[in-house]
Design a protein. Structure first.
Lengths: 147, 381
């Protein structure tokens, strides 16, 4: 006779400490307080990273040159959410955009506002809607709105 | 494996706490290796990572490291085991004829983690051993130590002798994390008791560190270095994870792995033909236990070998002239660090710890509770 049992177990990772590269995100958040965006540029191939990276993925060299980035950009892809990841329905459909800001070679995520789901499209021009009271955290970037 | 694959370069770094990120350590080591050899990332045909997901706090933890290691948009793979297995995998890739160079990258940042010995607990049987809450990495090692000492009638002083030799070698090695100047038997014997008979200085220290190593085909190796170190043989074997089915006083999987490696290397009498060994002994008793299994010490004669100085840097069978894993154990990278230390010896670059004749070295790596899985590589010049 075969019997399968289920036993309760634990996987004790709830207090894991992550060490992350702090400089790129610190500089970006500092500038966001002034409603500006700061990334960095590879001095060899010119690739611009936002948030700044300490090395160039393409050239495999250390990079330090700061690069200012516009708060206007282009929608590279998008999705409309009707439920959260656990399947609970949302009151309103939620627009999520992946945006390539002018001057950057990397894309960032943000919520889309003031746009109907049916109007969102790849190639659409958008800009960052900054919070009125900025404190230097990621919430300073409230959303993307049509340009 | 007659001089088909060579180790052409390495970089390594260890410390109690490096205060760095996995990405930065990976970048520093690989960039340094490329600069040493005058190559760029395009010259590395394939990269093998060896990291531990549990310790990294991320599943498939290599997926964050492709950029820092320079293998973005290139050939890459991973071995979730001690990196000596990664070195063997890299060798096989070159022997396949599809790659001229292969890099092995391994690292672990555990020095700042709350519970450095925790990962082994999650390799234990979840329905019995974990619920009994008696076994952990240290208590399992202590059971193995007691079983080994009793079997051969060794005194607990053997543990102190092994630790003093290893820690003295480590103190003279700039690559080691735990360097205690003037370490003595008294200091070891009076260190904190962990699980009897093991004390703090009989056990590996929580360590941050990593190692990268580049292998190349014979033809490519000659272009990259004047001092190639050849991979002459390799073997591995695994026994059960369940300690209750194992004779803990010996390591039959190491015996099997070594037999295979010696056969490939054409070594018939390891005691006579091997000049030194770099063994991944995480606890003091494991060094003589594994050296016996590797056929380097007479079974049952370990205590006299250590007392007479046979295993010292100047002895006739130097074991861990680098100081071994008691000087530092970045989990997963340790076997690769042993290989890099053997390379230093075989190139005559081991400084204060250089052994007299260094032409053939045996390297060992382990994984799992009480050295469940063992890998053996024979290197030579």
């Amino acid at each position: 006779m075969e019997e399968t049992r289920q036993v309760q177990g634990t996987w004790d990772l709830s207090t894991f400490k992550f060490r992350i590269e702090g400089e790129g995100i610190k500089n970006m958040l500092k500038e966001m307080k002034e409603a500006k965006l700061l990334g960095n540029r590879c001095h060899k191939c010119g690739t611009v990273y936002l948030p700044a990276n300490f090395y160039c993925r393409k050239c495999h060299i250390a990079i330090h040159e700061p690069a200012e980035i516009s708060d206007h950009g282009e929608v590279m892809s998008y999705t409309i959410g009707y439920a959260d990841v656990r399947g609970n329905p949302l009151d309103e459909p939620r627009v999520s955009l992946m945006v390539k800001l002018d001057g950057s070679d990397t894309w960032i995520m943000g919520a889309g506002e003031d746009m109907k789901p049916e109007d969102v499209h790849i190639g659409m021009r958008v800009k960052i809607k900054w919070a009125d009271q900025r404190v230097g955290n990621l919430q300073d970037m409230e959303s993307f709105i049509p340009e | 494996m007659d001089k088909k694959v060579a180790i052409v370069g390495f970089r390594m770094k260890s410390a109690p706490d490096l205060v760095t990120t996995r990405e930065r350590l990976t970048f520093e080591l690989t960039r340094g290796l490329f600069d040493d050899l005058g190559i760029e990332r395009e010259d590395v045909d394939t990269t093998i990572f060896c990291t531990n997901d549990f310790l990294d706090g991320r599943t498939i933890s290599n997926c964050f490291l492709e950029g820092p290691a320079g293998c973005y948009m290139r050939d890459e793979s991973k071995v979730e085991m001690d990196a000596l297995n990664g070195l063997m995998y890299a060798c096989m890739r070159i022997l396949s004829g599809q790659y001229r160079t292969a890099m092995v990258v391994s690292l672990a940042l555990t020095g700042y983690q709350v519970s450095p010995y925790l990962h082994i607990e999650y390799q234990l049987s979840p329905i019995y051993d974990r619920q009994m809450r008696l076994l952990n990495e240290l208590s399992a090692a202590a059971l193995q130590a007691r079983s080994y000492l009793t079997r051969y009638g060794y005194s607990e002083e053997l543990l102190d002798a092994v630790a003093v030799q290893a820690l003295s070698n480590a103190a003279a090695n700039p690559y080691q994390a735990r360097r205690i100047p003037g370490v003595s038997k008294e200091k070891v014997a009076s260190s904190s008791p962990y699980y009897e008979p093991l004390k703090e200085l009989h056990c590996y220290p929580p360590t941050d560190g990593g190692c990268v190593l580049l292998l190349a085909s014979a033809e490519r190796a000659k272009e990259l270095t004047d001092k190639p170190v050849w991979v002459l043989g390799m073997g591995q074997s695994i026994e059960t994870f369940y300690l209750g089915e194992r004779d803990l006083f010996r390591s039959p999987s190491t015996v099997k792995a070594a037999k295979r490696a010696y056969e490939l290397a054409g070594i018939k009498d390891p005691k006579a033909e091997v000049d030194l060994a770099e063994v991944s002994a995480l606890f003091a008793h494991q060094e003589p236990l594994l050296a016996e299994a590797l056929g380097l010490l007479e079974e049952g004669a370990a205590e006299s070998s250590y007392q007479s100085g046979d295993t010292a840097v100047s002895g006739k069978m130097p074991i861990n002239p680098s100081g071994g894993a008691l000087g530092g154990h970045p989990v997963s990278a340790t076997g690769l660090i042993r290989a890099a230390e053997a390379v230093r010896q075989l190139r005559g670059e081991a400084g204060e710890n250089q052994v007299g004749k260094a032409e053939v070295a045996v390297v060992h790596g382990q994984d799992g509770p009480c050295a469940q899985q063992n890998a053996v590589v024979v290197l030579g010049v």
